[in-house]
Design a protein around this ligand. Structure first.
Ligand code: NAD
Length: 384
């Protein structure tokens, strides 16, 4: 069954290559347009890296050495081919010492939040990667751009659309590129969902659903403080469902309804929602159901089309994706999503091409997050 599914791709892939190339060319000519890449799972990044192995690797500085930097980005930067970990920005001297020895980072490339702006004088740092609580993204992206660095910003891009605009404007003014840490655009199973949906391999989509939830432990963490997070599980993991719906349909929703779930832990969820459901309306009438929670566990992206269905029953993790179509199980190799994401950005900088996951896409998603919250609060259908 696997063989049949994979074996049948070659002609489609060829045709798809042509459409992707056309799409990328259009994007290069029109920087503001959002193209929903449904790449073909060929490892273009690695091919590019091999072809350009004589080019200098770009230096990345991570800002914020919390769970995601320590567990994923730092280790991934050992596997990247176009960039490497060149510096760190942290408020905790003990962390600086650990990282310095673990990653062989020179003293001159270790910053704290106060002297961060002097990073402008460090030629070893090409890219600043902001991995701080959501509400802090805007300040550090703007400061990084003013320091003349390209920037990757973690998701969600910011907590307001105005902040997104400031971030985009700062990067444009500095002539630097801005990308969002949307790692799943570089993950084969999610890329396959985008391909199947956008190329209408099973015909027009009839129905979609997506959900992502986990149990948020520590009740003192910033994720539960609205001033730092901007909201609850929707901001944190519901955003993956929004992304999944957009890249699978290749469209943006035009309206939304949303409902807040009941709070079973009023103390923990005094500032943010505990759970939330929403329904996006896409052009043509397609309805996509989304749900998210900090007090349950689920993780899926499903699409039903006229002639078949396709789904990921484990969709958004760092690994362990599982998927199937009407024809059988999907079977793709495991990749290091973060390494691919950062390598692609470094490649985009070196080749002066647009990133697949630009600030404009992060802004779009913050606009959608805000529309969902507005629909939740008003109980009304909100046009987007
Ligand atoms: P974390 O709590 O583990 O780390 C946050 C870091 O920010 C810590 O180093 C902390 O010291 C620092 N910090 C600075 N000022 C702070 C303040 N006022 N309050 C709290 N912390 C402060 O968080 P994390 O899980 O690493 O998340 C950081 C960002 O990365 C978030 O925007 C999150 O959405 C994003 N993230 C993305 C992914 C992904 O898969 N793309 C995964 C996890 C987190």
């Amino acid at each position: 069954m696997n063989k049949k599914v994979i074996g049948s791709y070659s002609r489609r892939k060829f045709l798809h290559d042509l459409s992707i190339q056309a799409g990328m060319a259009a994007l290069a000519m029109n920087g503001a347009a959002l193209i929903y890449s449904c790449d073909d799972n060929k490892d273009k990044t690695n091919k590019d890296s091999v072809d350009k192995s004589n080019q200098k690797k770009l230096g990345v500085a991570l800002v914020g050495l919390g769970g995601y930097s320590s567990g994923q980005l730092g280790p991934a930067l050992r596997e990247t081919q176009n960039c490497y970990l060149a510096g760190i920005v942290t408020g905790t001297p003990a962390k600086a010492d650990t990282w310095k020895s673990r990653y062989d980072i020179p003293e001159k490339s270790i910053y704290n939040y106060e002297n961060f702006d002097t990073i402008k004088d460090n030629p070893d740092i090409d890219i600043v990667y902001v991995v701080l609580p959501n509400a802090m993204h805007a300040e550090y992206v703007v400061r990084a751009a003013k320091a003349g660095k390209h920037v990757i910003c973690e998701k969600p891009m910011a907590v307001t659309v105005d902040d997104c605009d400031r971030m985009i404007a700062a990067c444009n003014a500095a002539g630097k590129m801005l990308s969002i840490g949307y790692r799943l655009h570089f993950e084969p199973y999610n890329k396959e969902m985008a391909r199947l949906g956008q190329q209408k391999v099973y015909g027009n989509l009839k129905k979609m659903s997506a959900g992502f939830a986990f149990t948020a432990g520590d009740k003192n963490q910033w994720r539960l403080k609205k001033a730092l997070s901007g909201g609850g599980p929707l901001m944190d993991v519901g955003i993956y469902c929004i992304q999944g719906m957009c890249y699978t349909t290749g469209m943006e929703p035009i309206a939304v309804r949303a409902q807040e779930g009941a709070k079973t832990d009023l103390e923990r969820f005094s500032e943010v929602e505990q759970s939330l459901t929403w329904q996006f309306e896409f052009p043509g009438g397609l309805i996509a159901d989304g749900k998210t929670s900090y007090a349950e566990g689920y993780n899926f992206l499903k699409a039903e089309a006229e002639k078949g269905s396709f789904e990921l029953t484990s969709a958004y993790g760092y690994s362990g994706q599982q998927g199937r179509t009407t024809e059988g199980k999907m079977d793709f190799p495991r990749v290091n999503q973060q390494a691919r994401q950062m390598d692609d950005f470094a490649d985009a900088i070196r080749n002066k091409r647009q990133t697949q996951v630009p600030g404009e896409m992060g802004r779009r998603d913050v606009k959608l997050l805000q529309a969902i919250y507005k629909a939740m609060k008003t109980g009304e259908r909100i046009a987007i």
